[in-house]
Design a binder for this molecule. Structure first.
Ligand SMILES: [Zn+2]
Length: 151
């Protein structure tokens, strides 16, 4: 499970179906730390890429699978750190134009040419999966924590 994931995939040369499993360290996704999200261990990506023989926006390449990560966020109430487990099911349809209609349960990803930016897509998914206003269920503020008073 420790193989690094490819950064991008050339869909013009990709196999019709391939399983992409691998781990992605937080350092490879600088937009995460810019957003205040630190990964406590590498994200585990397990997705299947399907590329139709005559690929078009009507018959797009698809990616489905899941992404699991453990992030450290800053609690917006006490400013302490908190762990947040991410387990995200993904279903992406890779289209050429952002005006393309995709399936109801799919997320569109707009390609640049034949290039599918897998690492960028994983980064976006992780950013979407973290709460915009993270808070501990119960903050342990210094000096106020009694140790046994947890309702
Ligand atoms: Zn807190």
């Amino acid at each position: 499970m420790q193989r690094p994931l490819p950064v991008w995939i050339d869909l013009a040369r990709a196999r019709a179906k391939q399983q992409l499993d691998g781990s992605v360290a937080g350092e490879r996704m600088p937009r995460l730390s810019e957003a205040g999200v630190e990964l406590l261990r590498p994200a585990e990506v397990s997705v299947c890429l399907t590329v139709p023989e005559f690929r078009s926006d009507a018959r797009p390449a698809e990616v489905s699978g899941r992404i699991v990560a453990l992030a450290s966020l800053q609690c917006q109430r006490c400013m302490g750190s908190m762990e947040h487990r991410i387990e995200s099911q993904v279903f992406w349809q890779l289209v050429a134009s952002d005006s393309t209609e995709v399936d109801e349960d799919a997320e569109p990803i707009v390609l640049e040419g034949d290039r599918f930016e897998l690492l960028e897509a994983v980064t976006d998914e992780l950013l979407l999966a973290v709460p915009s206003y993270p808070r501990h269920a119960e903050c342990a503020l210094p000096g106020t924590h009694s140790g046994s008073d947890d309702n």
